[in-house]
Design a protein around this ligand. Structure first.
Ligand SMILES: *Cc1c(COP(=O)(O)O)cnc(C)c1O
Length: 441
């Protein structure tokens, strides 16, 4: 590669006119690595290995030619691409600040620290979510209180949140399960009344909205996941944290160990500072993400609208087919106030009318080759809760809707990327399975 061209400087080694090659501080990525990455991302299809190898050789040769015409990227972490992505995301969300991070969990951690969460303080989380929502509170010995669910959406029920608020409640973390927005208005009313920080777990909900506001921008903070199993991803891992609070100006420091290049100390390139949270200073961890992840995410964001539209159409089709089928409860779709992202299709049965419960139903559709992706088991079922000293029986008893929903009522179906025939098959099999149950087979 041509190493004489202008390279991108970062704060450490801005060598100015001396133009020291980037390799002085970090090895370049060359065409061999790119070929290996291509080989990983585009693996040979069954029965196509010979053709594949030939084509790969040609691509590799062409890559080498391209490399000879190119200058290397230089910075691989936290550079212009990350910045551009953050601007793109902030604009899309109409948020004042957005920061690209290793994952959504890191975003929650920053927000929890901002809220000043201490051991013994309380966090209200929905009883059904991924453990990541409460990983930070558990890790520091804060007390997790589980809110029961709205049976229609299996999202956090604001009425139960209200019942569970105490003088020690510091954070509420609503989770937009499956991309269906939580009823945020009552939660924000409670937050204002009790001075509680609201962190939206919008891992499933990038691109959704609630009463005209993008999901993730209604609470004090919102974090999105771009892990490989979400609607769009940044090469397997990634997250964005956003806020409209002035604290967002400190996001770069909150992401990267407090390093502040704007006001360097004497004879050095930067200062390191603590972050000012709601009730004092806190130190930051390292949650930096890479330029290549930003390039990937930025590119996928361009097709997000299309992806959500296809998912919504699939959900609408399933609802048309399944609505009115005795024993089946279809999920709510978009309305005037709600725009979901259709990450998952929430399918519920009414055990009294379906001739059996969801466990039987799951077996029947699995036997017909229909894949389910139920999200998630109630948090109180996991060993970590007992290990951390929780009375899990009491937690379960405090969430009767959750227990009933998980044991007897819900599963999720995938919505994407299906042919019309596959979707039809899925609907047919659901109907057939319930019919069989109702006949008592
Ligand atoms: C995926 C997921 C997370 C975690 O996201 P990461 O980016 O992997 O940290 C959090 N909450 C829910 C509901 C999720 O599905």
């Amino acid at each position: 590669m041509n190493k004489k061209k202008k390279k991108t400087a970062d704060f450490r080694y801005d060598t100015g006119p001396a133009r020291v090659s980037w390799a002085a501080v970090g090895e370049y990525v060359n065409q061999n690595e790119i070929t290996d990455i291509i080989k990983f991302l585009f693996q040979p299809a069954k029965g196509r290995a010979i053709k594949y190898q030939g084509q790969l050789k040609r691509v590799s040769r062409e890559l080498e030619k391209l490399a000879n015409l190119a200058q290397p990227a230089g910075k691989l972490s936290l550079g212009g691409k990350v910045k551009a992505l953050e601007e793109q995301v902030a604009k899309l969300l109409k948020a004042k600040h957005a920061v690209f991070l290793t994952n959504a969990t890191a975003g929650f951690e920053i927000a929890y620290k901002y809220a000043g969460l201490q051991p013994g303080d309380e966090v209200i989380a929905p009883a059904i979510t991924f453990i990541a929502s409460i990983a930070y509170p558990l890790s520091i010995g804060a007390k997790v209180v589980l809110a029961d669910l709205d049976p229609r959406t299996i999202n956090m029920d604001p009425k139960d949140v209200e019942r569970k608020i105490t003088s020690r409640t510091k954070v509420i973390i609503p989770v937009h399960i499956g991309g269906y927005p939580v009823d945020m208005a009552p939660i924000m009313r409670l937050a204002r009344k009790h001075d509680i920080t609201v962190i939206e777990d919008a891992a499933h909900a990038f691109g959704g909205s609630y009463r005209g506001k993008p999901i993730g921008t209604i609470g004090h903070f919102g974090a999105f996941s771009f892990h490989e199993v979400k609607n769009i991803n940044s090469l397997g891992e990634g997250g964005v944290l956003c806020t409209n609070l002035a604290f967002g100006k400190d996001f770069p420091q909150a992401r990267f160990v407090g390093v502040d290049t704007a006001r360097p100390i004497s004879k050095w390139l930067y200062d390191v500072r603590a972050l000012k949270g709601k009730s004092g200073y806190f130190g930051a961890g390292n949650h930096s993400s890479t330029e290549i992840q930003a390039v990937c995410l930025s590119s996928q964001i361009k097709r997000l609208k299309t992806i959500i539209t296809k998912r919504r159409q699939a959900a609408a089709y399933l609802n048309r087919r399944l609505r009115g089928v005795k024993g089946i409860i279809t999920p709510p779709l978009d309305d005037k106030h709600i725009k979901g992202t259709y990450h998952l299709y929430l399918l519920q049965v009414d055990p009294d009318k379906a001739g059996g419960d969801i466990q039987l139903f799951k077996k029947k559709i699995a036997a017909r080759g229909v894949v389910q992706i139920p999200h998630f088991a109630p948090l109180y079922k996991f060993r970590i809760m007992r290990q951390m000293g929780y009375d899990t029986a009491a937690l379960a008893a405090s969430c009767p809707v959750t227990e009933e929903a998980f044991e007897h009522r819900f599963t999720h179906l995938p919505l994407y990327d299906f042919t019309p025939e596959q979707l039809k098959y899925m609907a047919d099999m659901v109907i057939e399975a319930v019919a069989e149950m109702r006949k008592g087979n």
